[in-house]
Design a protein around this ligand. Structure first.
Ligand SMILES: *Cc1c(COP(=O)(O)O)cnc(C)c1O
Length: 399
C-alpha cells in the first residue's frame, strides 16, 4: 500500500501503529498477552521486548496511534486517566513544587492533586483559567496558597478546555505563553475535545493527558488513560515513571482502545452534530436557565473555540430555572439518555455532577451548581434524543 506523505487524521487513526502481521498477513495486528519475552542469550532481546510492564507490542501499537493523532513524538498508555495523571505529575514535580489548575477541573483530578499528592508536599492553586491575569498571578505566587513552608515553584499549569462540566473555553496558545514565561509546563487535559477536535501540542502545550475511557475508547467498555508529549527529555522521564510505577494498560484494554480510536473522527462528527441540535433545542425551552455549549454563538468562548477546535464536541451542560428539583427530575426521567457517570461513548449519558462525577469537590470552591445536568450526546438519531428530553421535560412543568 502506498501511504500518502501527510496522511489526514482519519487515515492516521486507521493505520498508525497498525501494520499487518508479517507471518500471516493478518490485517488486524494480533494481540500479545504474553507477560514475558524469550531472550536469544542473556540480554538478547527481540525488538526490545523483555517484560510486559516495560513494553508490550499491543500497547506499543496504541501508543504509536495516540502519538500520531495528537502530533506528539511519544505517547504512554496507562490503566486509567488518573493513573496517567499521577505518573505524569510524579515525573515532573517534587515535594515543595506547585500546580496551578482550573477552578472547574475534573473532580478526580482535583482530589488526586489536593488529597493524594498534597500529602506528599505538592501544593496547588485553583484559578479561573479563562482569566489569564489571575493565572499569571497564581503561577508567579507559586506555593503561597497551600504548599509547605517556604512555598514552591509552579511547575505545572493544568487546564481542561472545554472544561468539565462548565464547558469553559481557555486560550491554549495564550496560556502556554503564561506558563512558559514562568518556567512552568502547560498540561492540557484533552479528554472532552479529543485529538480530532483539538491538538494542544500544536498550540504550544507541553503535555496532553487523556482519560481514554471517554471519547478515545468511545464505547464505554474500557478504562484507560494516556500522556502524549513532543519533548524527548520529558518523554524519557515519563517513560521511566510508567515503567517504575507500572500503572500500564493491559493488552486487552490497549486493543479495545485502539479499536475505538480508529473510528474517532466519524464518531466526533456525529457527536458534535447531535450536541449542537440538542443545545439549540434546549435554548428554546422555557424550563432552561442556561445552556453551556461552545457551539452556541451566545457562549462566551464561542469564537475562541471556533478558532482552536475543529468542531464543538458532544458535551452539553444545562441549568434549570426550577433548581435542583427540576434537574433531578429530568435526570431520573429519560430513557435513551442513561443516568450514569462517564461520557464520550456512542450511547447518550446523563449525569448530575454535583452528586455524581463532582461529588468529591462538594463544599470546595470547585463545587458545581445544583441545578446543572451534563449531557453526553451519543450517536443515536437526534430526533430520538430530543424526543427523550422532551418527554422528561414535560414532567417538570408540574413541579
Ligand atoms: C474521566 C476523566 C478523567 C479521569 O479519567 P479516568 O479514566 O476515569 O481515571 C480525567 N479528566 C477528565 C476530563 C475526565 O472526564
Amino acid at each position: 500500500m502506498s501511504v500518502p506523505e501527510n496522511p489526514g487524521f482519519n487515515t492516521r487513526a486507521v493505520h498508525a501503529g497498525q501494520d499487518f502481521e508479517p507471518l500471516t498477513g493478518a490485517v488486524v495486528p494480533p494481540l500479545h498477552f504474553s507477560s514475558t519475552f524469550a531472550q536469544d542469550g542473556i540480554g538478547g532481546l527481540r525488538n526490545g521486548y523483555e517484560y510486559g510492564r516495560g513494553a508490550n507490542p499491543t500497547r506499543d501499537s496504541l501508543q504509536e496511534q495516540l502519538a500520531a493523532l495528537e502530533g506528539g513524538t511519544a505517547a504512554f498508555s496507562f490503566s486509567s486517566g488518573l493513573a496517567a495523571e499521577d505518573s505524569l505529575i510524579r515525573a515532573i514535580a517534587r515535594p515543595g513544587d506547585h500546580i496551578v489548575l482550573g477552578n472547574d477541573a475534573y473532580g478526580g483530578t482535583y482530589r488526586l492533586i489536593s488529597r493524594v499528592l498534597g500529602e506528599w508536599g505538592i501544593g496547588n492553586t485553583p484559578v479561573d483559567m479563562s482569566d489569564l491575569d489571575s493565572v499569571a498571578r497564581a503561577v508567579a505566587a507559586g506555593g503561597s496558597a497551600n504548599a509547605p513552608a517556604g512555598g514552591g515553584k509552579t511547575r505545572i499549569v493544568w487546564v481542561e478546555t472545554p472544561s468539565n462540566p462548565l464547558m469553559k473555553i481557555t486560550d491554549i496558545a495564550a496560556l502556554a505563553a503564561v506558563a512558559h514565561e514562568a518556567g512552568a509546563l502547560l498540561v492540557v487535559d484533552n479528554t472532552f475535545a479529543s485529538p480530532y477536535l483539538q491538538t494542544p501540542l500544536a498550540l504550544g502545550a507541553d503535555v496532553v493527558v487523556h482519560s481514554t475511557t471517554k471519547y478515545i475508547g468511545g464505547h464505554s467498555d474500557v478504562v484507560g488513560g494516556a500522556v502524549v508529549v513532543n519533548d524527548p527529555e520529558l518523554a524519557s522521564k515519563i517513560g521511566f515513571v510508567q515503567f517504575a510505577v507500572g500503572a500500564v494498560s493491559g493488552p486487552m484494554d490497549a486493543f479495545l482502545t485502539t479499536r475505538g480510536l480508529k473510528t474517532l473522527g466519524v464518531r466526533m462528527d456525529r457527536h458534535s452534530e447531535n450536541a449542537q441540535a440538542v443545545a439549540e433545542w434546549l435554548l428554546e425551552r422555557p424550563e432552561v436557565e442556561a445552556v453551556l455549549y461552545p457551539g452556541l454563538p451566545s457562549h462566551p468562548g464561542h469564537e475562541l473555540a471556533a478558532k482552536q477546535m475543529k468542531k464543538f464536541g458532544g458535551m452539553v451542560s444545562v441549568q434549570f430555572k426550577g433548581g435542583e428539583a427540576a434537574a433531578r427530575k429530568v435526570a431520573e426521567s429519560t430513557s435513551i439518555f442513561t443516568l450514569a457517570e462517564s461520557l464520550g461513548g456512542i450511547e447518550s449519558l446523563m449525569n448530575y455532577p454535583s452528586e455524581m462525577t463532582h461529588a468529591s469537590v462538594k463544599g470546595t470552591e470547585l463545587a458545581v451548581p445544583v441545578n446543572l445536568l451534563r449531557l453526553s450526546c451519543g450517536i443515536e438519531d437526534v430526533e430520538d434524543l430530543i424526543g427523550d428530553l422532551d418527554q422528561a421535560f414535560s414532567r417538570i412543568s408540574a413541579l
